[in-house]
Design a protein around this ligand. Sequence first.
Ligand code: AQP
Length: 332
Amino acid sequence: RPRVFSAMQPTADSLHLGNYLGALRQWVALQEDHDAIYSVVDLHALTVSPDPAVLRHRSRLTAAQYLAAGVDPARSLLFLQSHVAQHTQLAWILSCLTGFGEASRMTQFKDKAARQGSEGASVGLFTYPILMAADILLYDTALVPVGEDQRQHLELARDLAQRLNTRVGREVVTVPEASIVRATAKIYDLAEPTAKMSKSGHASGLIELLDDPKVIAKRIRSAVTDADTVIRFDREAKPGVSNLLTIHSALSGTSVADLEAEFAGKMYGHLKVAVADVVVETLAPLRERVTELMAAPDELDAILADGADRARTIAAGTLARVYDAVGLVPPA
Ligand code: AQP
């Protein structure tokens, strides 16, 4: 079975609908016929200097959301990145293969650094995509299910894998492929529908998985649309309406064309009520399950410990292979 690896950062209490539709939902589907490994990348979250107690809480809460969404620890391996030391060890090897100019071209770094101000951005934020490449390459990953915003980082991971293999003259690591589902590759901010929905974006544009249903309904009712009145998918001319149609279609399973027919002659308000209903209905059981999981932290920690044990075995094998290939002397 082909290996799948993906991860998210515990940088907020709640994941948002972009994380869910762009990635998490694919993770759940892929575990059926793939050898799936999913991680909460807590070391990556340190790039934004979180409060220690908040980070600890969010790491468990993020894992609970994976499980509540349907990641099954009997089929998939689930662990916290910091429990597997090989991630940072492989990252060092890869950082020695990455050009400074190459790393400087990462658009997410440029955006996030601009938001933090030049004094605020850390070296960790700069080298983040290299640690991400290590996360992926450690597990001989074939497929990485992510949203569109991660495409450039995935390209870097592929380049580094190829470069390492060329350098040592053999296939020491697998070159991964991105798995990006076109329809939901980018969910947009409700308040600014030309920008991606993001943890660090407008609060009013965000649908958080753990939000109160009333807050969710209100945000969808206030979603920015346009001065036209026709409910039609047109990403360029009608980004707000198109985003609402995408969300409805992804969650209800009704095609966008069928939704356009269903809402022909109706007002934007009707569409918004329908979208709010389908979102609230999808998220209610998920939120309930998260509450149950967080009430039993020992069980959650046991799942994470078991996942880390199994991940470590795979990661140690890859790292030993890479260390040997680049010329490091194995310990006697
Ligand atoms: N708006 C989105 N539409 C589709 N997919 C999305 N993803 C994120 N936003 C959208 C995907 O969710 C995963 C989260 O990875 P991450 O935790 O590394 O976060 P991120 O990519 O930095 O995006 P966030 O969650 O919105 O946070 P910030 O505010 O930091 O940008 C990835 O698979 C991502 O593609």
